[in-house]
Ligand binder design. Structure first.
Ligand code: PXP
Length: 260
C-alpha cells in the first residue's frame, strides 16, 4: 500500500500569518526521508492554503510524484496543464466548505470531465477522480477515461469518530450522526462494506484504486485490509500528530537559545 502525504495544512499554518514559514516545500523533503511515496496537495479556487507558486516550486524540486487535487474550474485546469504534475485528482469544490465534503458527480459532469481527462492523458498525466462509493459513479469514471479513482472515506471516518472518540461531547459533534451507539455500529459496518464493494467493482473494471479523507492513526485498519486499494492519501491527521510529536523539540531548541 502506497502513502501519499497531503501537505495542505502546512500551507494553512503559513497563511495564518501570510509569511514564508512553514514552507510546504521543506515538508516534501521530510516526507521523502520518512518513507512517503507521493505528495498530494489541493489547489483550491480560493487559494486558502496552497498557491500557484507552491505547486510550481514543488513540481520543480520534488523527488516524489506530485498528485494535485483540483476542481473542474477552467483557470485551474489550464494552469495545471501547464505545470504538468504526475497526476491530477478531480474533486468537487464548494467555496463555503471546510474541506471536500462529498465525491465528484461524474455522471452529472460527464462531458466536462471527459474533456479534461483527455487533455491531461494526452500529456501523459494520470487522472484520478475522487468519488463516493456509488457503483454508477465508478462505472462513469471508467467510461470517462480516468485511470484511477480515489474513494472518499470521509463518511466512514465521521462514523468512526462519533463512535470511538470524544467528538460527540465537543462543539464539533456531527449533528446528523447523533445516534444511539448500536445504530452507529451498524452504520459503520455498512460504510466499511460500501468501501469494500466500491474498491472491488473499480478494480474489476480495470481502475486503480486509492482512498482518502479523514483517515488517521486509529481508523486505518479496516481500510488497510481492503486489498484492492493500492494507495492512501492522508493529511490532516499526520500534520496534527506532527504538532505534538515535534513540539517538544521546537520548544527545547528555543529555550536553549534563550537560556543558553
Ligand atoms: N484525498 C482527497 C481527495 C482530499 O480532498 C483530501 C483532503 O484535502 C485528502 C485526501 C486528505 O484528507 P485528510 O486531510 O482528511 O487526511
Amino acid at each position: 500500500m502506497l502513502l501519499g502525504v497531503n501537505i495542505d495544512h502546512i500551507a494553512t499554518l503559513r497563511e495564518a500569518r501570510k509569511i514564508n514559514d512553514p514552507d510546504p516545500l521543506e515538508a516534501v523533503f521530510i516526507a521523502k526521508r520518512a518513507g512517503a511515496d507521493q505528495i498530494t496537495l489541493h489547489l483550491r479556487e480560493d487559494r486558502r492554503h496552497m498557491h500557484d507558486s507552491d505547486i510550481k516550486r514543488i513540481r520543480e524540486s520534488s523527488f516524489l510524484p506530485l498528485n494535485v487535487e483540483c476542481s473542474i474550474n477552467p483557470q485551474i485546469i489550464d494552469f495545471l496543464l501547464e505545470v504538468a504534475p504526475h497526476r491530477i485528482t478531480l474533486v468537487p469544490e464548494n467555496r463555503a466548505e471546510v474541506t471536500t465534503e462529498g465525491g465528484l458527480d461524474v455522471i452529472g459532469n460527464f462531458d466536462r470531465i471527459a474533456e479534461i481527462t483527455q487533455s491531461f492523458r494526452g500529456k501523459g498525466i494520470e487522472v484520478s477522480l475522487f468519488i463516493d462509493t456509488q457503483l454508477d459513479q465508478i462505472c462513469a469514471s471508467k467510461e470517462v477515461g480516468a485511470q484511477m479513482i480515489e474513494i472518499h472515506t470521509g463518511a466512514y471516518a465521521n462514523l468512526h469518530l462519533m463512535l470511538n472518540s470524544n467528538l460527540p461531547r465537543t462543539h464539533h459533534s456531527i449533528e446528523s450522526l447523533n445516534l444511539p451507539k448500536e445504530e452507529l455500529k451498524v452504520a459503520l459496518r455498512d460504510s466499511i462494506e460500501s468501501l469494500q464493494n466500491a474498491a472491488k467493482e473499480a478494480k474489476w473494471l480495470g481502475l486503480e484504486v486509492a482512498a482518502g479523507h479523514g483517515l488517521n492513526y486509529v481508523n486505518l485498519a479496516p481500510v488497510l485490509s481492503i486489498v484492492e486499494i493500492g494507495e492512501l492519501n492522508i493529511g490532516q491527521s499526520i500534520i496534527a500528530r506532527a504538532i505534538f510529536s515535534g513540539l517538544e523539540n521546537a520548544i527545547k531548541e528555543m529555550a536553549k537559545l534563550i537560556k543558553g
